[in-house]
Design a protein around this ligand. Structure first.
Ligand code: PSU
Ligand code: MN
Length: 307
């Protein structure tokens, strides 16, 4: 038995890997736990289309029927989207037990990185990463995504971190863990719905080619970890930071009142925020994921041209 016994790679992704074609990994917790049905399915399909339109091949990753699945067809995507929060949420530590039990699970950023790395995919697009939660000084709630970024060589393209998290603490932990934070076309760390935050990035890069160079150099140095590529939400889709802050504060307070903790906290906050903004945050979320998929595809193309 080896890792191959646990992997189910689609024919398309298998061929693309063998031919060193550009591939973009996509996570599935955003489908099962991050958005309601049917918007989650529409988002998942639209994001795959964006990756293709920009010259790369989408590899959505999930745990299904006791296998780590890389590259999901439309039907499987639909099943996953309909299953929603009935599915498990797979973080690194859950994988072995989930495989043995044969359960269905969405993979978080951490786990999607882990599986992408197992098969040799270097670039990954998502909306937002998990990070240090507000109040972590008492709860210790720090997403496993941050540690994964320090140990797994996959570049994660995201729109920064939502302010349901503590952004400065998240940036501190990334620094401690040796994770470079790159601003794509920006000097400022983006705050998901808003294009800016009060915090800077370590490096600004303006083209997919430059990002590919840094990914390659980090690899040549033998560094174990990944990179965080932070891309601001497009201007037309952004929500003013001050406007959404009241809803975020209310969502965080509701979570506390209801005793929501651990792996349930992020999905709860996302869902509560969608409710409190009357769906506005969901629209912005979908727009930024599509934009990140475009940037990631172009980076994957540049990286594959280099190899
Ligand atoms: N942030 C978002 N949308 C999401 C998530 C985070 O804006 O869907 C998901 C991602 O899958 C991320 C996970 O990896 O939540 C983090 O969960 P936790 O905080 O429990 O580590
Ligand atoms: Mn957590």
């Amino acid at each position: 038995m080896s890792i191959h016994a646990h992997l189910a790679i689609s024919e398309e992704i298998g061929a693309a890997l063998a031919e060193h074609r550009p591939i973009v990994a996509l996570e599935s917790t955003i489908i099962t736990h991050g958005m309601p049905y049917p918007q989650n399915l529409e988002m998942a399909m639209a994001v795959e289309d964006v990756v293709r339109e920009n010259g790369a091949i989408p590899a959505t990753i999930a745990v299904l029927g006791g296998k780590l699945r890389v590259g999901l067809g439309g039907e499987v995507l639909e099943t996953l989207a309909r299953t929603g929060r009935e599915a498990a949420k797979a973080s690194r530590r859950d994988l072995a037990a989930l495989l043995v039990s044969g359960k269905t699970a969405g993979t978080t950023v951490a786990t999607t990185m882990q599986i992408a790395d197992l098969v040799g995919i270097r670039v990954f697009a998502t909306g937002g990463i998990g990070g240090v939660h507000r109040g972590a000084e008492t709860t210790f709630d720090i997403s496993a995504d941050l540690r994964e970024l320090s140990q797994t060589p996959v570049a994660v393209v995201c729109a920064g971190a939502k302010s349901i998290l503590d952004i400065p603490k998240t940036l501190e932990v990334l620094e401690t863990n040796g994770v470079p934070v790159i601003g794509y076309g920006t000097d400022v760390f983006p705050a998901f719905f808003a294009r800016t935050s009060a915090y800077g990035v370590d490096y600004r890069l303006d083209t997919p080619g430059e990002v590919a160079e840094v990914i390659a150099a980090q690899r040549e140095l033998g560094m174990p970890g990944g990179l965080l590529i932070a891309v601001p939400i497009p201007e037309k889709d952004a929500i003013d930071g001050a406007e959404i802050e009241a809803s975020i504060a209310a969502a965080v307070a509701d979570a506390e009142d209801n005793g929501v903790t651990r792996k349930d906290l992020t999905p709860y906050l996302l869902n509560r925020l969608f409710e409190l903004t009357g769906g506005r945050s969901l629209e912005a979320n979908i727009a930024l994921v599509k934009h990140n998929a475009m940037v990631a595809a172009r980076i994957a193309v540049a990286l594959s041209a280099r190899n």
